[in-house]
Structure formats: C-alpha cells, structure tokens
Design a protein around this ligand. Sequence first.
Ligand SMILES: Nc1ncnc2c1ncn2[C@@H]1O[C@H](COP(=O)(O)OP(=O)(O)OP(=O)(O)O)[C@@H](O)[C@H]1O
Ligand SMILES: [Mg+2]
Length: 398
Amino acid sequence: MSTSEILIVENEPVIAGLIQKSLESVGYAVPAIAASGEDAILKTAHHLPHLILMDINLEGDIDGVETAERIRNRFHIPVIFLTGSDDDALLERAKITEPFGFLLKPFSTNELKAAIEVALYKHKMEEELREHRDHLEELVIERTARLTIVNDQLQDELAHRNQVLEEQKKLAAMKEEFLQTVSHELRTPLTSIIGYLELLMAQSAGPLNEAQEKMLQTMMGNSDILLDLINDLLDLSKLQKGELPVAITPVRVIAEIARVMESFNQEAKNKNIILAFNPQASEISIVSDKEKIQRVVSNLVSNAIKFTEAGEVAVAVHSSDTGVRITVQDTGVGIPEDANDYIFEKFRQVDNTASRKVDGTGLGLAITKSLVDLLGGTIELESQVGKGSAFTVEIPSR
Ligand SMILES: Nc1ncnc2c1ncn2[C@@H]1O[C@H](COP(=O)(O)OP(=O)(O)OP(=O)(O)O)[C@@H](O)[C@H]1O
Ligand SMILES: [Mg+2]
C-alpha cells in the first residue's frame, strides 16, 4: 500500500512541526504544512493529499470550519479537526461540515494514528458507496432511456397496427356491403329469367322440340344453382347481422329429417351411396324453428354425399338433455384436423385448388353454423382423413 499523505493546517509552527514528526514516525508523509485557511485551500489543490488535519481555530480571514467547508465542496478529501478545550462554539459549527473526526489537543501519536486510520477507512467506504451510487444512477438513466425508446417504438407499432386493423375492418364492411348489394340486385332479374324459363318450358309460348327442351332444362338447372348461391349469400349476411327472423313452433324432428333425406335419394343413388336413417324412437318433438333445422340437416347431408365416393351417409337422431342431437356421418374423404378452425367460415374449403372435383362456394357450413348459433345450439366435427366425417348438432328445445 502506498504511503498516505497528510496535509497539516496549523498556524503555530511548533505544534505543526510536532504533528509532522509524529505522523512521519508512524509512516505517513506530510507533503506540506499550511498556516492559514487560504493557504490550506491552495496547498490542497496542489497536493491533493489523502487527508487533512485542520486546526479548527485558524487565524486569518477564514477559520478552520469555513476552510473545511470550502475544501469539502471542492475536493473529496476527509478532514479531521484539531480542537482546543475552549473551542465549544466552533465545535458546534464544525459538526455541520460532517468532519471525519475530532482530536482534542494535546493528543498522543497513537490517538492521532487511530483517528487517521478510521477517517481514511470511512472515507474509502464513502467513496466506494458514492461510486456505486453514481454507477447505479448511470445504469438507471441508461435503462430508462432505452426503455423510453422501446416504449416509443411499441407505441408507434401499436398505432400502426390499430390503423391497419381499422382499415381492414372498413374494407371487410365494404366487401360485405358490396356482396349484399350485388346479390340483391342479381336476384330480381334472375327471378324474372326463371319465370320466363318456366313459361317457355310449360310451352306457353308455343310447342318445343326435344333439343329446345333440353337446352331450356340446362338453363333452368344453372339458374337454380345461381339463385341458390344468391339466396345463400343474402341469408348469410342477414344471419350475421342478426336480421333473419326465427319462427318458433313445435317441430317433429324425425319426420322433418326423413323429409330432408328423401330429397337426397336420387343424388345418393347416382353416386351409389347408401343413405341410412334408422331412428330408435318413433318421434322426437322439440320447440324450435322447423325450416332452420331442415336447412342445417340438408347442408350437412349435402356435404356428406358430395364428399363421399363410396359407402354410406348415415343420420342418427337422439333426444338430449336440452333438446335433440343429430349426427350426420359419412365414409368420405374426411377433414384434416387443422381445417376444423376454418371450414365454418364462409368461402373456406379444404381443397381450394382448381383440381377440386366437386363444386360449391364454401357457404354451406358458414350458414349451418350461424343457423345453429341462432337456435342456441352447438355444432361439432369429428373426422379422420380418408375414413370419414361426423358432424354432430345439438339443438335445444325452447
Ligand atoms: N362431410 C364432409 N367431408 C369432407 N369434407 C367436408 C365435409 N363437409 C364439409 N367439408 C369441407 O368443408 C368445406 C366447407 O363446406 P361448405 O359446406 O361450407 O362448402 P361447400 O360444400 O364447399 O360449398 P357450398 O356448401 O357453399 O355449396 C368443403 O368445401 C369441404 O372441403
Ligand atoms: Mg356445402
């Protein structure tokens, strides 16, 4: 360890000399002795000692207390006051300057050394603390600055995202509006076309030859498909706006399902698919909307036949705690698990590519789900790709 340098501030040269001797005898160095306050400040600035021994009772313009105060403000150097027995008033003032110790004259070399060591140690600790505090403060400032930047960036991003979201919402609303208007505007002329087709087919405008009749039939078939699509679009938009009225009446579920199944007989036959409906009960009656239940079952059976190449489409119906549970099961292509999330959304299909063999727009399940929701029910799907699918609908009785 290097020798500690102690500046002595004492206006009586004899005492100063004695103190210097005793300091040097225990290993300290004395770079200078100052005889007045002003002198002490100059020498402190010049030597930057490790510690100052300051006579509290200095002669000159500034006394020891004042000098210590100024040194404390300019340099971080510990000061020990040397006091006489009659310095009480000065002592009170000195305390305020937070000195590192007091030594009452006369003192022994051992007392001097002890006081210096304690003061140096205390000072060292304080310096370390101060450094830590400064470092901490720097860290806090730096982190705060960084946080502010990140926060600003986040705010910007959030604002940007909100803007994009708003725009997307607006666009979606515009798309809906457009779809609805177009569908609506298409329906009127299409209904008129179908009306005239019917008249032509009824030979009201004169007899038809076989070729003409065939052409008209094709026209009629396509017009029906188009009208179905337009009606689906309009219904879906009404459903999503909550504008489709609900007609609640007693519903004989088994009889209604049987009716729906019958309407698919020909389609199933064409594809060589067995349509199975063997209800366990003779009838299950609930209170709900008959047409909507028919439509739900019809959409599910239509899909089941459409997406099945061979095997059967079976419909099961059971009473449940709240109403009725209907399951439409097929032995078709199946639906991959990840498609579960989106096939109930409109225009969403599993195989959306041009190579797709079957037709359809992807509205059926969206309408089905909305209808089931409207009736207060639930729809669930269980499926295995290559094995088949089962859609289960629960509809409560009102
Ligand atoms: N029983 C099923 N087996 C296999 N895939 C199915 C079945 N039902 C629905 N899907 C898949 O879910 C998609 C969405 O069905 P959805 O009924 O909504 O539309 P779509 O039948 O293609 O057209 P739309 O019903 O409007 O005529 C289908 O395109 C098909 O990929
Ligand atoms: Mg469908």
